[in-house]
Design a protein around this ligand. Structure first.
Ligand code: HEM
Length: 499
């Protein structure tokens, strides 16, 4: 008995020693850091569900006023950058030292996720990004405009049918629209999201971004518990999600090959890339690499757009004057062009200011991450970032820093007027990331979000109801930003132009 207790205590002691073995790392390098705890490092609030990873980094951001500081995730040292100048070096000027994200990319554990651009490591990433960029060109995005408009019209019919209900959940509505956009633009399919609440596209989408504990653990572990993922062989995607993407993409490719049908969409672009591949390419453009390139429209496309649109609707249902100004701009455009057009939407300055303010207050990803691949001396400092050190850029912290955005909790599109924008220091507003690894879908995401908002607001006013959460409580699990109770709001018919 005594021996057993002794063995147990020895094991606990050894584990304790192991867990704190790196805790002098930042001190030795003269980098400030919050006091870590054995076993969890600085993650206590995250692991006890008191803060999301975005909140946690933002809290540290406001505590430390230095250009950078360190934290410990479990026992591993991470460097957090506060200074916009250093952010520019890491994301743009010295990109070669920081070319990859920190996400685990392991073909054997998840052959779809590991080939998504977000996960892929160099040199495969560079090869894939160069190839797939053509699917996101201005011309391709403009070509998608009529298809996106069709999805927006379906959304308006759906709201008309349901407007007598007490409220609609804006996030779910916008996610349906964005899913329909992805289905039609990327795969030439109809998602049936508006006709059928349990349409497969939407069911899989909900599964992908649900905030249940398992999904939270899975997503968070791919960021910073690689050992756990490898030990328990956890795939990033629930297997049903990966299989859905495989079936959908392969059957669409097969159908196009058999019929020669062309639609100038993402699948066509992928077929072109495949036909031009050579044995000298950095990787073979086939199998799950192809599934991932098409699938990332789905995984990266609908949640981001749905979040941006729904938080905009939420804010303008609370601030009537902002809503009126956006609606009046939409009305002017409808009068000028007779309908909503690509050019008309590009010209809407105030709508753009409001969407930027949404992306400031509700950045879809609350931080950017990079991994250092060769020892790097930080300019104007003695610090050398060692190869293998993960580096985080706390977007949430920057976007709520009162030095750059006074009264940061206030939703105020005026921050992004031409005059105010020109005063904003570079690299403080970074909703799409920065540098070669920035969001490839920015142009598409903005067009789809703005067009959806214009269609809705051309027909409806959005109004606060008793269920609308004020203030919003954010989910504590998962990486992406979301309200715990969704965003219930009321839509009231109020066409800007009557036929
Ligand atoms: C409003 C909508 C969107 C927001 C706010 C957003 C935001 C972001 C952010 C912050 C990143 C990380 C950038 C970095 O690390 O520097 C990213 C990466 C990415 N986004 Fe988006 N995104 C949006 C829409 C889209 C859409 C519509 C697509 C595709 C259909 C897309 C595809 C991607 C991909 C593939 C990456 C990884 C890029 C790489 O590592 O090379 N995004 N996005």
């Amino acid at each position: 008995m005594f021996l057993n207790i002794l063995i147990a205590l020895t094991i606990i002691y050894l584990l304790y020693k192991f867990s704190i073995r790196n805790f002098d790392y930042w001190e030795k390098r003269d980098v400030p850091f919050p006091k870590p705890l054995p076993f969890v490092g600085n993650l206590l609030d995250l692991l006890t569900l008191r803060a999301s990873i975005g909140d946690l980094l933002a809290n540290f951001y406001s505590t430390f006023k230095t250009p950078y500081f360190g934290i410990y995730i479990f026992n591993k040292p991470y460097l957090i950058i506060r200074s916009p100048t250093i952010i520019k070096h890491i994301t743009v000027k010295d990109f070669n030292y920081f070319p990859d994200h920190t996400l685990l990319s392991d073909e054997k554990l998840d052959s779809v996720a590991s080939n998504l651009l977000l996960f892929a490591k160099n040199p495969e990433w560079k090869f894939l990004r160069t190839k797939i960029s053509q699917a996101f060109s201005t011309g391709k995005v403009k070509n998608m405009f009529p298809l996106v408009s069709e999805a927006a019209k379906e959304m308006n019919s759906y709201v008309t049918k349901n407007q007598n209900s007490n409220y609609m959940e804006a996030k779910e509505l916008c996610a349906k629209y964005a899913t329909e956009v992805v289905a039609t633009c990327a795969f030439g399919l109809n998602s049936n999201c508006f006709e059928n609440e349990d349409a497969e596209f939407r069911v899989i989408g909900r599964k992908l971004f649900s905030f249940d504990l398992m999904n939270g653990i899975r997503q968070i572990s791919y960021f910073f518990a690689h050992g756990f993922v490898k030990l328990f062989r956890v795939p990033f995607f629930d297997p049903s999600v990966a299989n859905f993407m495989r079936d959908m993409i392969h059957s669409t490719l097969e159908h196009r090959e058999k019929t020669g049908f062309k639609r100038n969409d993402v699948i066509d672009t992928i077929m072109q890339i495949r036909s031009k591949s050579t044995p000298q390419d950095a990787c073979k453009f086939e199998g799950d690499i192809i599934v991932a390139q098409a699938g990332q429209f789905y995984t990266a496309g609908f949640e981001t757009v749905g979040t941006t649109m729904s938080f905009t609707l939420y804010e303008i249902c609370l601030q009537r004057d902002i809503q009126d100004r956006i609606r009046s701009e939409i009305k002017d455009s409808l009068i000028k062009y007779g309908e909503l057009t690509y050019e008309g939407i590009q010209e809407m300055k105030y709508l753009n200011m409001a969407v930027c303010e949404t992306l400031r207050k509700y950045p879809v990803l609350p931080y950017l991450d990079r991994i250092c691949v060769a020892d790097y001396k930080v300019p104007d400092s003695d610090l050398v970032i060692e190869k293998g050190t993960p580096v985080y850029i706390p977007m949430f912290g920057l976007h709520y820093d009162p030095e750059y955005f006074p009264d940061p909790d206030k939703y105020d599109p005026e921050r992004f007027s031409d005059e105010n924008k020109s005063r904003l220091p570079s690299y403080t507003f970074i909703p799409f990331g920065e540098g070669p690894r920035a969001c490839i879908g920015e142009r598409l995401g903005l067009m789809v979000s703005k067009l959806g908002l214009c269609y809705l607001l051309s027909q409806f006013e959005v109004v606060r109801c008793t269920e609308t959460p004020v203030p919003i409580i954010f989910e504590k699990t998962g990486i992406l930003l979301a309200s715990t109770v969704g965003l219930p709001i009321k839509f009231q018919k109020s066409p800007l132009i009557t036929a």
